[in-house]
Design a protein around this ligand. Structure first.
Ligand code: ZN
Length: 413
């Protein structure tokens, strides 16, 4: 559970506002937070070094005025460009535990539960699990907004928009980064996307895969942990109501292998993350086995430099594949959702340990979403056996061994 989320795009925006904000009179708390983020991003290698250094000085002098921002907001002096002596490859990154979860819906019936019981409701059984990891990730399957207009021709029951306050649940549970690249992010148009981005930024939740334009949709979420810097990129496979972001159009980052490889190369060059995670919304709903397009794209991501590929959209769990030094999780299933098919209520979270610039271990923690309240909880022994057996048998087809130990699964590296 990192509190140091920095979003690349947000940082770019904040950086471009820098001259207007640098005023001897002082900055507002909101402006300050923008500057703090810009400073961290610039320290991470994005943006010109001069302003970054000025920002660092400004931050150190301003910090006591905003106690709410806390020590995690202070940039590490060792990371300020021009001061750092680190060289790529000279340091072995330490362990980072990443909890990967599937689709989170905070609209439809889930929104009704939240309106009745409060924003903690869907996450109340899993907060300890989510917050125990250094980083926690999920796919947010809806915009959260007061505004916007429904996607033309889409049936109302699959046109999603959550009440913005529902996002507090993600924060409360301990999620650090979300994917927004999916087939529902454009359900209420560009205005709703913009609000969703703003709310997540205000909450300090990293986000990737949707933006106000293509550059912003393809920008990474970059998170600092004691074990190293982790970058997330997110893409959505083409499909109905998947609106790709354009030069002047809000939308999602499309899953195009060439553009993904470009993004990973730029990321490695500019931000030098220790670990790269590629999230993809892909595949067929309710299908247990990944299709050829998923396998091709997943492997292409690892070939391009991703350490971990996290898939979602089928609403059920799909196989895991060890590929080279990487791990491809073809589908994480649902995490919070209200569908009718019972198979969509069996799920799991993956606790992945990244260490020494590769995946070191993956642990499968079976969960069951409780019907009627749509909140995940630890699976019973019987449910766990069913979930783990399915994953073991599917993964075996890809030459990947899932070891079952009691109520948990494990992949050795
Ligand atoms: Zn989907």
């Amino acid at each position: 559970m990192s509190r140091g989320a920095t979003h690349g795009n947000e940082a770019l925006r904040a950086s471009s506002r820098f001259p207007a904000l640098f005023s001897p009179i002082g900055v507002s708390a909101a402006e300050f937070r923008g500057l703090a983020r810009a400073g961290r991003a610039a320290a991470a290698g994005r943006g010109p070094a001069g302003p970054a250094l000025l920002l660092a000085l400004l931050l150190s002098s301003c910090q006591p005025r905003f106690p709410g921002t806390g020590p995690a907001e202070t940039p590490d002096p060792a990371e300020v460009p021009g001061v750092s002596l680190s060289l790529e490859g000279a340091r072995t990154p330490g362990p980072v535990t990443l909890l990967a979860c599937g689709d989170v819906l905070l609209s439809r019936t889930v929104a009704a539960r939240i309106e009745r019981h409060g924003y903690r409701w869907p996450f109340r059984h899993v907060r300890d699990l989510v917050s125990s990891a250094d980083l926690a990730f999920c796919n947010l399957e809806n915009p959260a907004s007061f505004v916007g207009t429904p996607y033309p021709g889409k049936p109302a029951e699959v046109t999603f928009r959550a009440p913005p306050g529902a996002l507090f649940g993600l924060k409360w549970a301990g999620f650090d980064a979300v994917s927004l690249a999916n087939n529902h992010m454009s359900d209420y148009g560009p205005a709703a996307i913009r609000e969703t981005l703003d709310y997540l930024d205000l909450l300090g939740i990293g986000r990737a895969g949707a933006g106000v334009d293509e550059t912003s949709a393809r920008a990474p979420a970059v998170l600092e942990t004691p074990g190293g810097r982790v970058a997330f990129l997110a893409y959505a496979e083409a499909g109905w109501s998947v609106v790709p972001a354009g030069p002047d159009r809000a939308g999602v980052a499309p899953a195009d292998p060439a553009r993904m490889a470009e993004d990973i190369a730029a990321l490695r060059r500019d931000l030098r993350p220790d670990y790269i995670v590629v999230s993809v919304h892909w595949g067929e709903e309710h299908e247990r086995h990944p299709g050829p397009a998923q396998r091709e794209f997943g492997r292409a991501a690892v070939d391009a430099g991703a350490h971990l590929v996290l898939g979602h959209h089928p609403h059920v769990l799909q196989s895991l594949e060890r590929y080279r030094d990487g791990l491809i999780v073809y589908s994480l299933g649902n995490f919070v959702f209200d569908m009718s098919a019972d198979s969509t209520y069996d799920t799991a979270a993956l606790r992945i340990t990244l260490q020494g610039a590769r995946v070191r271990a993956a642990e499968i923690l079976p969960l069951r979403i409780e019907r009627g309240d749509y909140a995940p909880r630890p699976a019973s022994p019987e449910e766990a056996a069913r979930i783990l057996t399915g994953l073991r048998d599917g993964s075996r087809l890809f030459g990947t061994a899932v070891e079952i130990e009691g109520a948990r699964g494990r992949i050795d590296f």
